[in-house]
Every structure is written in C-alpha cells, then in structure tokens.
Design a protein around this ligand. Structure first.
Ligand code: FEO
Length: 409
C-alpha cells in the first residue's frame, strides 16, 4: 500500500515535503508500465504570516494526503495554494484541501491552469483564483515568489515557482522521475545512479512528445540565471535536489537533446518463429565484433518487452536496429506500436538499420522506410529476405551493421 513520507527539507524558510509513495500503480497515464512506482510530492512552506501549499496529490490518495497535511498545519491556516500544473496526479486532492480550508486560501496559477481546474473540479474551486503571468512576482509572508511559465513541461498550464531570497525552485513535473527512491534527496550517490534511468523513462514517456520544449525551457531558466544559483530544486515527483541541484536539469537537457552514450546501440525486434531472431543473432554478433554494446528488447511467443522501457533507452543510444516480421502485409503489430511511440516520443536524429524477414512477401521494411522519411531518424539500410537467413543474407546483414557503425563514427 502507498506510504506517505513527511520530512522537513529546509529550515529557513521552513519547508516540509509530503511525499506519497505510490507502489500500487501499474500503468502511469493508463499506458506506461512502471513497476518501479512513482511518488507525488507536495510541499508546505510556513512563513511569518503566511502558509503556502505547493500542489497536492493524486485524488486516489486524498485521505492519506490530508492526514499528513493535518499533522503539519490546520488546513484552515493555509493562505496560498500554488498550482504549478493541473494534471490530477498533482491536483486531485485540491478540492478536499479547499473544503477543509473553508475556501480561504488564494489559489495561484496560470490562466490555463484556472480553466483546467474549473473543468476538472467545478467553479467553486477557482472562486479565489489569482492568475499570474510569466515572470510575475508576488510578496507572500515576506518572501518574493516569482512565477515562471514553462509551457509543455508537461502541459500548456505549467509554471515553476522561484523563491528569490532563498533560491528555491519548486518545479513540479520538470525535474521529476518515476521510481520510489529510498532517500528523499540526492545526498546518496548510489540512490541517484539507480534513480536517473527512471527519470529518463519518465521524461520520454510523459514529456517526450514535447521534448524540444525541455531544451527551450531549460535555456530560458539558464538565461534567467536561476538554475546555476539554485539552492534546492523541489520537483513534483522523485528526489529533491539539494546536494547538486544542477544535476537534474543537466540530465533533462541531455535527454531532451538525445545526447548518446558511447557505443550503445538499441536493438528491438519481434520474432514469431525464429526467422527474425536468427538474423538478429548475426547482427548482435557483428555489433560486438565492432566493440559496440547492444541493448536488446524482443517480442516473441514467450516474452514481451515493456514499451516504456524501450522508449527510455532511445535518447542516449547512438543508433537503432529494428528487426521486424512482415505480418498481414504490414509491420508486425508489436513493432508497429513501438515505432509509433518512438517516432512520437523520442524523435531524434539517429541512424537506423532495418532487418526484416517475410514468408510470401516483404512489406514491413518498406513501410518502416516510409515512416523514417517523415521522422528525424536517418535510414542507413534495409536488409530483408525470406524465411531463415541464408549464407548470402548473413553477409548482407554484417555489411548493414558495418554501414551503421561507420555512420555513427
Ligand atoms: Fe506529474 Fe504532468 O503530471
């Protein structure tokens, strides 16, 4: 069952984390397999004459959230609620918070956020809503709160809050990741190393469709000079960054830009009766001979890889190899879906080799070539033939891999 962690993350000003550790979820957004779970982070700041709540939690966990919140403060004392992003994993408990607050608190967010909240929860929730514009500042409890729009991280409604005097960035989805880290912050290097792959997977599955905005928005924050000097980054999911706050945005930038890890080649294939698999064994052997490190995901009659895991491997791969069967005069359905998501969520300029097998007619290779021409990926070669790979197929496959590798170099 989900647990809630309540920890003081800053003494001056006094900031508390309320973290719901959701180990019950299986498919984020009803789509992405996340056996690693996810956390929903909200923060409460107690100031001289103000109590500020930053976001809430997913509606399923409203009772858990309210119980934790009540231990920190009487909800009636909350003076301001900052809504960075209205997706219900952060706003679900808002109606209950407002009900217990007696609707006294001023809600702060973008104009988009106001409209979305009204649509999700009704007019009463936005009665005391204050719309803020990009870069606007407000004095709350003796502190300067600057609100900075970061559209498409992850919705058009999204903003972050920068507390000027204390250099704190409350960043909601931006800077977040999947997983339930054992620590609350980045002080343990081992925890960070285990967590970052979950961050990559989160970025591509949740924000990947908008990944050019990751680069744009981080550039904007850098130009404002707030990232380099940040004392702490407090996201809506995962670890709080206070040992090395820069690191999480550097990671986001690398994923957004698709910076490769040397020698990593992503190999994805389906194989119904071993015809494609026979080809992929040759391909993988040739990759290893050329000192490349293949990362392999397959769909067979005994296993099915999680598409979310495959997507998480794309940004830092140097190249992709797609092994595919022709199925009913089309791309094998599993590969069709994977490619649809790759081209949508992880559309980077990376070389691709297609390896195909067919029975009475090869169609899948041509269809994938067509998809590649409308993406940023580059087609290196297609090696497609009938049934089990013959001797002459083996040489063509090895040659295809050599071409791919020379394209990288
Ligand atoms: Fe964590 Fe886009 O919500």
């Amino acid at each position: 069952m989900p647990q809630v962690r309540v920890e003081k993350v800053c003494s001056d000003p006094e900031v508390h984390l309320i973290r719901i550790d959701d180990d019950r979820i299986k498919y984020f957004e009803a789509t992405w397999d996340i056996p690693e779970g996810i956390t929903y982070n909200a923060y409460l700041m107690k100031l001289k004459d103000a109590v500020v709540l930053f976001d809430t939690a997913k509606g399923d966990y409203t009772d858990l959230f309210m119980e934790a919140l009540r231990k920190l403060v009487d909800p009636k004392e909350i003076t301001h609620i900052i809504v960075h992003h209205t997706e219900p994993d952060h706003s679900g408990a808002l109606p209950k918070v407002l009900e217990e607050n007696g609707y006294r608190a001023q809600i702060i967010g973008t104009a988009f956020a106001r409209n979305l909240l009204q649509g999700f929860y009704g007019e009463k929730v936005v009665e005391n809503f204050r719309v803020v514009n990009d870069g606007e500042e407000m004095q709350i409890g003796g502190k300067t709160f600057r609100f900075i729009a970061v559209p498409w991280l992850h919705w058009p409604d999204t903003m972050i809050t920068y507390v000027v005097e204390d250099k704190l960035i409350f960043s909601c989805d931006a800077g977040g990741g999947y997983g339930i880290p054992e620590s609350i912050d980045d002080s343990d290097g081992k925890v960070v190393e285990e967590y970052l792959p979950h961050v990559t997977k989160y970025i591509v599955t949740v924000i990947g469709h908008y990944h050019k905005y990751i680069v744009q928005n981080i550039k904007k924050l850098k130009e404002l000079g707030i990232i380099e000097s940040a004392k702490m980054i407090l996201p809506g999911h995962g670890l709080v960054w206070r040992k090395n706050p820069m690191r999480i945005f550097e990671h986001y930038e690398r994923v957004g830009a698709g910076i490769p890890t040397k020698d990593k080649v992503l190999v994805i294939y389906d194989s119904m009766y071993g015809f494609v698999e026979g080809r992929m064994e040759i391909v993988i052997d040739e990759l290893k001979k050329l000192n490349k490190k293949p990362i392999v995901y397959r769909f067979t009659d005994k296993e099915a890889s999680a598409v979310s895991d495959i997507l998480g491997e794309v940004p830092d791969s140097e190249a992709l190899i797609i092994g595919v069967s022709t199925y009913e005069a089309d791309i094998h359905p599993r590969i069709r879906y994977v490619l649809y998501e790759i081209f949508d969520k992880t559309n980077y300029e990376k070389p691709v080799l297609i390896v195909g097998a067919f029975g009475w007619g090869g169609v899948a290779g041509k269809k994938i070539e067509g998809l590649i021409t409308t993406s940023k990926f580059d087609l290196v070669d297609t090696v497609e033939s009938r049934g089990m790979p013959a001797k002459e197929d083996e040489e063509k496959l090895r040659e295809g891999v050599r071409k791919l590798v020379s394209w990288i170099s």
